[in-house]
Ligand binder design. Structure first.
Ligand code: NAD
Length: 283
């Protein structure tokens, strides 16, 4: 029988862990404070930001938005960004990507204080993943996928994992996190020639493309674990990368969309803000 791996219980466990830290920080009169930096009004980013604010305030975190017009000049944007980055009252900085085309994301990644880098975008935090150094801050989505796999006791050592999608935010860091657990990892993407053949041999298939319905039953080995990170909004409805009904019949365990990885990501990000607050205290 197929087991549905829902994210809610994983998120609840994270929230329980956070409550202890929040209580501890509150004895020192500290409320973790996140700054969300956004350029422009991309509807997806605005919806994500509003959802985050609501959830974070429920958890007991402070969150403020710093929003800039799409035509802001790069020097002005970086000056504003530096002020946020250097503000001692702010413990975490989340930069919503993509920024505007004329703004170089790498310049921001290189400037962000690694101790406040709650989306793990800085070279320091990305490097710490390579070094298997758990002190670093890891982007909430790959960190959330690892939490979900751990919660459902998924064995990783020696398992064949295929990740579809090689972005800086999801696929690349996730591939290293899985290698750190001694999985055998292959990453495919839009230019790969044999995605379906490779996917169909995987013990664990993770897809993060945004191509709704890409993963059909013929991409999946009988009994495999299927993790769907993809989110596509089509005519107001949310779809994952996986054709859920037909794949669920074949998979051993599978995450739904919505209610799977996405349900863990927000809590994982909140957990990163608390971790950043503690890292700054220890500094
Ligand atoms: P991205 O656009 O940066 O990267 C997409 C990746 O998928 C690329 O590697 C691309 O080559 C690959 N790809 C696209 N179409 C493909 C196809 N037809 N076949 C094979 N590979 C293909 O996107 P991203 O930021 O990594 O996000 C990926 C998806 O995950 C999106 O749907 C996004 O909304 C979703 N996402 C979900 C969460 C969450 O919390 N669940 C968080 C972040 C992103």
């Amino acid at each position: 029988m197929t087991v549905e791996m829902t994210g809610k219980e994983v998120a609840n466990k994270l929230i329980d862990e956070m409550e202890r830290d929040l209580a501890d920080l509150s004895t020192k009169n500290i409320t973790p404070h996140l700054a969300i930096v956004r350029v422009g009004d991309d509807p997806g980013s605005v919806a994500y930001e509003n959802g985050l604010k609501k959830r974070f305030r429920e958890i007991g975190l402070r969150v403020d938005s710093y929003t800039y017009a799409t035509d802001i000049e790069e020097t002005e944007f970086l000056t504003e960004f530096d002020k946020i980055n250097e503000n001692d009252d702010i413990h975490g900085v989340l930069v919503l990507r993509p920024l505007a085309d004329h703004l170089d994301t790498n310049k921001v990644s290189e400037r962000i204080n690694p101790l406040k880098d709650v989306d793990g975008m800085s070279p320091t935090n990305l490097g710490k993943i390579m070094l298997n150094d758990e002190d670093g801050l890891i982007s909430a989505t790959p960190a959330g996928v690892m939490k979900l796999l751990d919660f459902y006791d998924v064995e990783l050592e020696g398992q064949d994992v295929v990740i579809i999608g090689h972005s800086e935010v999801v696929g690349k860091p996730l591939s290293i996190l899985l290698l750190n657990k001694n999985a055998t990892v292959a990453v495919t993407h839009i230019y790969s020639k044999h995605t379906k053949e490779m996917a169909s041999q995987a013990d664990i298939l993770i897809t993060a493309t945004g191509a709704a319905g890409l993963v059909t039953a013929d991409y999946v080995k009988e009994g495999a674990i299927v993790i769907d990170v993809g989110i596509s909004r089509i005519k107001g409805k949310i779809y994952g990368d996986v054709e859920y009904e037909e794949v669920a019949e074949k998979a051993g365990q599978i995450t739904p969309v919505p209610g799977g990885v996405g349900a863990v990501t927000t809590s994982m990000l909140a957990s990163n803000v608390i971790k950043a607050t503690k890292l700054l205290q220890e500094k």
